[in-house]
Ligand binder design. Structure first.
Ligand code: IPD
Ligand code: CA
Ligand code: CA
Length: 262
């Protein structure tokens, strides 16, 4: 299946009226411990689901906030996180993004990640490179972890992972320049892609958290694997280790020592 990246971009731009409407953020419910959903999340999901399925009938939609349907991995699938960084949105932290990927033929073929607060539109097509607002992007050329700035994701909805997680974060912090925590996994992945950080890791992300960012990063020259360095299935939950490629093997060391203990 072919999608029109320009069309998908224009639909994503149209979500800005919803994502920047502070009144909609006020309607919050808690799905789980520290896991919230607002009328912005559902509003963006409803808008994009309606518009995309009207244009691409027969396509399946795997969206965080939608009704869950049985997904056939052999068909085309749109993977949508209407707002990645909902807690940031509630706090007006201005670090959230709309994340959309098209999976077809066993791989991600088109991605967009749109941050309405910075007006940044990241796009990628398989084998076509990655772009920020139409300008080609590349990862950093940092060669060692000791010279690297690394983002960590804290798995905020699974506090039972905290002891092991923070053990590894301490080791990365000691071994690297410093660590960062953004509150949006999609944003972390495009920060690696555009060279604002050198790497990122978080346990047990969902397909809608990482699918779009994964293609953007690999098209920008980076590498995405699980903590053991193995390929990631974009349709299944996965630990995510992402980097500029140069520091990947040594970063797997942190992931490995961690993963073996859990
Ligand atoms: C979350 C964000 C956060 C990450 C969580 C995700 P949400 O997504 O990406 O940075 O730590 O693991 O679930 O809930 O804001 O869409
Ligand atoms: Ca998310
Ligand atoms: Ca979300």
């Amino acid at each position: 299946m072919r999608t029109d990246t320009e069309l998908i971009k224009s639909l994503a731009y149209q979500t800005k009226d919803i994502t920047t409407d502070r009144a909609l953020v006020g309607t919050v419910s808690e799905k789980g411990r520290a896991d919230f959903v607002t009328s912005v999340d559902t509003g963006v999901q409803d808008f994009l689901e309606r518009e995309l399925l009207a244009r691409y009938p027969g396509t399946q939609l795997l969206g965080e906030e939608g009704r869950r349907h049985e997904i056939d991995p052999n068909g085309a699938i749109l993977i949508l996180d209407p707002i990645d960084g909902t807690t940031n949105l509630i706090y007006d932290y201005r670090m959230s993004a709309v994340s959309l990927a098209l999976y077809d033929g066993g791989e991600i073929v088109t991605s967009i990640v749109y941050n309405p607060f910075t007006e940044e539109m990241f796009t990628a097509e398989k084998s076509g490179g990655a772009y920020l607002n139409g300008v080609r992007i590349r990862v950093t050329t940092t060669k060692t972890v000791s010279e690297s700035l690394i983002a960590i994701g804290t798995s905020p909805y699974e506090k039972e992972r905290a002891d092991r997680n923070f053990e590894v974060f301490k080791n990365i912090y000691k071994a690297s320049l410093d660590i960062r925590r953004s509150g949006s996994a999609a944003l972390d992945l495009y920060y690696v892609a555009v060279g604002r950080i050198d790497g990122f890791m978080e346990q047990n992300l969902k397909p809608w958290d990482f699918a779009a960012g994964m293609l953007i990063l690999s098209e920008a020259g980076g590498v995405v694997t699980d903590y053991f360095g193995s390929a990631v299935n974009p349709l299944a939950n996965s630990d995510i280790l992402a980097s500029n490629g140069f520091i990947h093997a040594s970063s797997c060391g942190f992931g490995n020592s961690f993963a073996k203990k859990i």
